[in-house]
Design a protein around this ligand. Structure first.
Ligand SMILES: Nc1ncnc2c1ncn2[C@@H]1O[C@H](COP(=O)(O)OP(=O)(O)OP(=O)(O)O)[C@@H](O)[C@H]1O
Ligand SMILES: [Mg+2]
Length: 404
């Protein structure tokens, strides 16, 4: 099983093996500096395809396999979600709800007006309502005469999706599924109890911040904001009069989210733009450049939560993942700024059959495999998780539509 993450900072691929008991073993994880991607969208197909090709070649050698298909996460800023409901009548004489009824209900709920340049990527049933009884997780086999379903519909610009599939396709690898990146990251870092209580996953990468809100165990909202760590790096390069690469190194090694969190008196050597001489700058001065950018990022997140009505209603708070969650002090600063509990989301390694702990920047790519393994075991009926299997059959539907 292969999972691909086309980030704006790095592209990563994970190869896993599904064992006989449906457990997963991670065989290889590789990454390469990204190219041709901007804010989750392919902007230079040729350059992206070349880099993906190099990435896949490398991982094939490590894993000792030939890769023919992959599941790709996407975090295009064009992502949008809407909630919809639909009701159907259960007309068979015995009123026992079958899978046909469930499919009919979901298809009916799919009928929301979306602009012609967008495609439906996911339709995820949130709950079923049988004869007025809310909160039914799986209505299959239940008795009832009215079946209502509430779904969340994830859409994105068709061209953004097609360009991604086409770019990967150029390497000779077929995209067998596209999944919203934040769903994949959530798979790797969120606890079921958090999703049940109400939580927002925020994956802050280089170019985007991917938001996914979960309530009562399922996704209720997702968006992709066009801000990320590169924004801090660029400001630091200007402020310190150095190169982007050096600014990034400084940020990752000596950067703090807030000046008050910096230890007194620490100095850092910085090479100038011309690369010859180096200067000393205090960590405090570095933090004074970073802090306003972090504040802006948190304010954008705050505004998004307010606008969507999720501020103050998510008891499990924020789980921050992606490379930017490693910025020193971002958790205490974020907690105070947003007045919500916050933790770093490290990918869960148990499900990957490994002891090694990978960093949060690998949440999306490792979540990709975990997601794939879960789907597989659901399809094989290991676990009766109809929400997910229903969801997968809908992905199949969309896929045919987009590429036929
Ligand atoms: N230790 C660290 N401290 C601060 N920032 C870090 C650290 N490690 C990585 N970053 C930053 O995280 C960002 C990259 O994160 P990530 O690898 O999750 O992005 P990506 O998935 O390639 O991009 P995107 O998801 O936005 O398309 C960069 O801005 C990088 O500088
Ligand atoms: Mg990312």
């Amino acid at each position: 099983m292969v999972g691909l993450d086309l980030g704006s900072t790095k592209m990563a691929v994970a190869v896993g093996e599904v064992n006989n008991d449906n457990s997963l073993t991670l065989l290889a994880l590789s990454q390469i500096d990204s190219s041709g991607m901007r804010r989750g969208n392919v902007v230079d197909m040729e350059s992206s395809a070349r880099t993906i090709d190099e990435l896949l070649d490398g991982v094939e050698r490590i894993a000792g396999t030939h890769i023919t298909t992959t599941r790709v996460g996407f975090n295009s800023t064009s992502v949008a979600t809407t909630i919809n409901r639909a009701t159907i009548a259960v007309t068979h004489p015995n009123h026992e709800i079958n899978s046909d009824d469930i499919n009919r209900a979901i298809q009916a709920a799919r009928m929301v007006p979306i602009s012609p340049d967008r495609s439906v990527v996911h339709i995820i049933p949130r709950q079923f309502i049988v004869d007025g009884y809310e909160g039914v997780v799986d209505p299959l086999g239940m008795m009832g005469s009215r079946l209502e379903v509430e779904v969340i519909i994830v859409t994105a610009l068709t061209s953004a999706l097609q360009n991604m599939v086409k770019t990967v396709g150029r390497t000779g690898t077929k995209v067998k599924e596209i999944v919203l990146s934040s769903i994949l990251s959530a798979e790797a870092v969120l606890q079921p109890a958090e999703k049940e209580m109400g939580v927002v996953l925020v994956d802050i990468g280089g170019g985007t911040s991917d938001i996914a809100v979960f309530e009562q165990g399922s996704l209720v909202y997702a968006s992709v904001l066009p801000v990320g760590g590169d924004y801090i790096t660029r400001d630091l390069a200007v402020g310190l009069r150095t190169t982007i690469d050096e600014a990034r190194r400084i940020k990752e090694n000596y950067g703090y989210a807030h000046v008050d969190l910096v230890p007194e008196g620490e100095m850092v050597d910085i090479s100038s733009i011309y690369g010859k001489d180096s200067r000393q700058v205090s960590e405090r001065a570095i933090a004074s450049i970073i802090q306003p950018r972090v504040e802006e990022l948190l304010e954008i997140l705050n505004a998004e939560l307010r606008r969507t009505g999720f501020d103050g209603v998510l008891p499990a708070g924020i789980v921050l993942t992606g490379g930017c969650s490693l910025l020193k002090g971002i958790i205490p600063f974020g907690e105070e700024y947003l007045n919500m509990p916050m933790r770093i989301g490290y990918p869960e390694n148990g499900g990957l059959g490994i002891n090694q702990q990978y960093g949060p920047e690998y949440a999306a790519v490792l979540g990709n495999l975990l997601y794939g393994a879960r789907v597989l075991s659901n399809l094989q009926g290991e676990k009766q998780d109809k929400l997910i299997s229903g969801f997968i059959s809908r992905i199949g539907y969309w896929f045919k539509e987009l590429f036929s």
